[in-house]
Structures are given as C-alpha cells and as structure tokens.
Design a protein around this ligand. Sequence first.
Ligand code: M6R
Length: 605
Amino acid sequence: MCGIIGYTGPLAAKNVLLNGLSQLEYRGYDSAGIAFFGADQKVHVLKTVGKVARLRDLCAGIQEEIHCGIGHTRWATHGGVTAENAHPHQAGRVTMIHNGIIENYHQLTADFELEEKLISQTDTEVAARVLDALYDGDPLASLRRFQPLLKGSYSFCILFSDHPGEIYALRNVSPLVAAYTHSGSIVASDLTALIPYTKKYVVVPEDRVVKMTPYRMAFYDENGHEIQPEILEVNWDTDAAMKNGFPHFMLKEIHEQPDAMKNTILPRLTRGLPDFSEDGIPDQIFADCSQIRIVACGTAMHAGMVARAIMEPLLRIPVLVSVASEFRYEDPLVDSRTLAIVISQSGETIDTLAALRLSKKLGASVLSVVNVKGSTIARESDYVLYTHAGPEIAVASTKAYSVQLAALYMIICRMALVRGKMTEQDGCAFMSDLLDVIPAMESMIQRKEEIRQLVRPLVDKPDAFFIGRNLDYAFSLEGALKLKEISYIHADAYAAGELKHGTIALIADQVPVVALATQDRIFSKTISNVREVKARGAYVILIAKESAAVDEGLADVCIRIPDLHDRFTVFPIAVVLQLIAYYASLLKGLDVDQPRNLAKSVTVE
Ligand code: M6R
C-alpha cells in the first residue's frame, strides 16, 4: 500500500518521479505528491488529493530543471483522503514520504510533545517531527537514533533541507528496491519504477540506511559501517509493465496467462515429471511432513483452496487452508512435521508474512509460492518456488492466480511421487494434463467477445451468486471475489449443496447465479442445485464441460469449456470468470485496473 520513489541524478527528476508514480499507482491512488530541491536549493512540496494524473497537472507549472526529489502515491491508512494527509510531510528540516504504518505514533506524539504541532492526522507526520527533533545536521547519525524508536512497518524516503541533492531511505518490512545507474540513484517501492533505467537492483536490507547522491549510493548498518547488499538482476523488461496496446492491464494480464503458465511449468520438467532441483527444494520436505498448512490472502488463498481439494484425498494427510490474517491469531497447530505452504504474488502481504514468521517460529518448514523475486516472503522462506508471471499490475489478480495453481499442481505431483501416491507413469499423465490446460485457456481467451455479450444482463444487478461443489466450489470463491472487487456487484460463492440451508432465500426473479458444474463425479448433484435456483427464477449462467449433457432450458446461458480431467478444469474456468468480471466492470464504466478502496499489495494489517 502506497508507492514511494526517490531520484537524484542528471535526468529531469520531475519526469522520473511522475513516471515512476504512474507505475506505482496500483499500490494506492487516493492522493499523490512530490518534494524536490529547486534551483534555489530549497525543498518544495506539491501534493493533491486524487490520482497521479492530477499531480501531473499540478506539476505542469514547474519550469525549472529539477534533479533531486521524492514522490508518493497514497492508500490512506491513518487519516482521511485530504491534501493535508497526502505525502510528503514536512517538519523543520525534514521532508518525508512513507509506506507502512508506525504503530506507536500515539506514544511518539506524547513522548515528543507533538500534539499541538500536528497539521495532519497521519502517523507519517509524527515520524517526520520525531526525526526533525532528533536531527543535528548529520542525517546518518540522526537516522540511527530515529530507527530504534519506531514500531511497525515502514519504508521512508527523506530529504534534509540542508543536504541538497541527497536522499536518504530506510525500511522495515515494507518493500524498497534501489539502483545506482549511470543516470543517477533511484529507489522505489518496487521494480516497475526502476526498470526503465536499469535491470540491476538491490533489495534494501531491513534496518539499513541508504544514502543516495547523483554519483553514488551507499548502504549503512546500525553501527554506521558501510555494507554491500547483493546485486540482483530482473529478468523482464519495461514492456512487461506496459499495457502494450491493451485498454487495461487486467485484459493484458488475462491474455498473458498461457505464456506465464509455460514459463512456470516448462523449465521444471525433467522427463515429463516435476523437478525442483534448480529451485533448491529437497524431496525431504515432502517426505517428512505429517500435515500441510496453506496460508495466504485473497486470490492466493483461493489458489490454496483448489490445491487443498486435490491434495488431501490424493496424499492422505491433513491439509488445512487458512486466511493469513486469521491464522496468526488462532493459535494454530503447527510443529516441526508441518509443511507450511505460503502463497503470495507480491511476496509482501503483511498478514501472509506474519503467518510465515509464526509457522517458522513453531518449527514448520516453509515453502513459499511467490511471484516477485527477492520479495520479503521469498527471502524469509526456507524454500521458494517462484512463479514466472512477470509483473502483475492490475489490482485484480489474474495471471498470478493461474501460475500459483500451476506451481501448486507441480508441488502436488512431486509430493505424490515422493510419498508413493503416484507412479512415474501417473505423474507424467498428471503433468501432461497440466500442459493441456494451456490451449484450453487460449481457447477461452479467444472467446472473450462471447463472454462480453453474456455479461450484459449482470451489470445492472446488485447481487450475484456463484455456486459449485467440491473443486467447483473452490473455483467459485475466486469468481465471486473477482466480480465484486472490480464491478462492485455484491457477489458471494456458496457450496451448491449448502444453498438450501439459508442462502436460497435470496434467490428471486432474475437474480444472477453463475453455476459451475465441471466435476463429472458430482455433476448430477450440482445440476439438481441449478434446477432449484432456476425454479425460483434465477438467471443462470452455467459453466460445464463440452460433452456434459445439459437439458434445454436448465440455464439461461451455458458456457462450454474444453473436456479436461476434473482436476484441471479450473484453468479455463479461471479465464471465463476473469472475463466475466472484466466486462462487468467495463460495461459499468468503472476503473478496471484501479478499483475503489483497494491497492495491489496489502502491506498493512
Ligand atoms: O500479493 P498477494 O498474492 O499476497 O496478495 C493477496 C491478495 O491481496 C490478492 O490476491 C487480492 O485478493 C487480489 N487483488 C484479488 O484480485
């Protein structure tokens, strides 16, 4: 939540900051601001409520050449969406932008007697005033005194008015990546803002301070000694973070799914079987565990629900899926024979990270499925299976979900082989089925116009219901989330058999019900539930396999997906459900990529 960027160097800083903020805007878009050293060597601040486009208009009046500045795009946590609460915040010689939450800001307000001085309602202004109170003209020494006073998560970029041309940055938990290039020094919340300038970067180590000048970037530990963080290289380019002719990132990312699947699966196949030796994941963790705990949030958690529905019956060990924000507080049964599978696209979701830390503390082995290389979750896990989706910019997760599933299916297969629940021949068949989903996804993407048409009856409805049994129920959860987060249609998923225990009371004339019936074993059971809602007037969109026998009149619309093995239908279904949500949002004229109240990475509790 919140995107931050800092730049000092020979380029026009105004452009670097504004372009960077546009890339980071998916992290929050309530308000935006920049601060910079002007030709008069003084710090100037411009900030506004609204999106980066509005800040860009505000900055149009800046005629002078700027070479050093910081920029922020906000997702409000403390304090409403107002210009006062927008970043940067200033106190004396300090100008600061912040991503995260300072949990002890009340205490700091009292300790430093700030109550009367605060202009905004933000924890960030408190931090800026504390730092100003500690500041003695030596930024590094002052930051060393400042950092131990803070509780919570943060990444900061700071200008000291008596050090023109310099930017200081530090972090705890909240992400920050930095690079020194021949075009100067740059730091940002994520790589999308850096890649136009360089492919080499460092993840700013936690509790370290970065000093940036146009000529150098240096990192200091808590004793003031310079350290050399590891230099990493990103394997995607600027195109991956651009729309490339698509009207929205979401549609582009839906189209990218077949390639993302190939990139995630193919490099890990040896003689048709999953092979994690290059990932450094030993078979031992699969052999030794007596239970699996999957923890994640949102879409990633839904991928875990699908995996669970296959894992437990196949592996015959308990598999539990927990919402990460609950797991932390439910005193979970985790021990040294637990394999914790942590799933996160960003690798920065704070609740998922906390669940990971708790699992490790309780003795579990932690295997994470992460998309962003070098992210905090990836670095703190015992083992990482990276998904190779490239950057996912739209707030609504699409390709990340598919590749999380692909990675989880590979884990399932490897684990079943290791535990003697599958022969090599079965394993090869399983992986061959997994590869077969790629053309199936392609075929559904090609049918997007058909899906656009059938979405029309949904868009003026306040509610929609998604139903399915077993795996279809797990898929439904994701369909409902996708629809509600970008179309604002209230949508919920129900196990189809559970409907008549209460929810069916909500089914009335023309209420949309998206029914998933792709599991052969229980097809007729689900169809009975479809009849029940149809009998009460529902507008039914049925998703079934090509060869499934569907009676005339059972559904208002039937979307056929290719005939795949039951376990694998999720992949084409995911495409259909994503397209339903996409077109519902589009037809309602909403902001598809940046829905209200949301941000891509949830880095606050
Ligand atoms: O980065 P993560 O995978 O940890 O994010 C988890 C959720 O915040 C995320 O999947 C969210 O639910 C999606 N925006 C939904 O489309």
